[in-house]
Design a protein around this ligand. Structure first.
Ligand SMILES: [Zn+2]
Length: 84
C-alpha cells in the first residue's frame, strides 16, 4: 500500500500557496479581523486565537469564543487588520 501524504499536509500547503498568491487573507493568531456579520452583542471585530483547519475567534466586545471551519471563516471574514 502506497504511503500518501496526509490530507492535512496537502491542505496546509494549498492554503499557504493561495495565501502567497494573495487569494486568501487568512490573518495570523493574535490578529484582529472584521467579519461580514456582526456578533449579536454588536461587536464586529474578533481576535484570532487559533488558526488551522478550524479557526478560533474571540469577540473583542463580549469575549465570546467561536470556532469556524476554515472555509466558513474565509467566507465570513471581511478584513484583516494590520498587526500593531
Ligand atoms: Zn460579542
Amino acid at each position: 500500500m502506497a504511503i500518501r501524504p496526509s490530507a492535512h499536509t496537502l491542505f496546509a500547503h494549498t492554503v499557504w500557496r493561495l495565501e502567497a498568491m494573495g487569494l486568501i487573507t487568512a490573518g495570523q493568531v493574535g490578529q484582529v479581523v472584521v467579519l461580514k456579520e456582526p456578533h449579536p452583542c454588536g461587536g464586529r471585530t474578533w481576535t484570532i486565537y487559533k488558526l488551522g483547519l478550524d479557526v478560533g475567534l474571540q469577540c473583542r466586545q463580549c469575549g465570546h469564543r467561536i470556532k469556524l471551519k476554515r472555509r466558513q471563516y474565509e467566507r465570513a471574514v471581511k478584513a484583516v487588520m494590520s498587526n500593531e
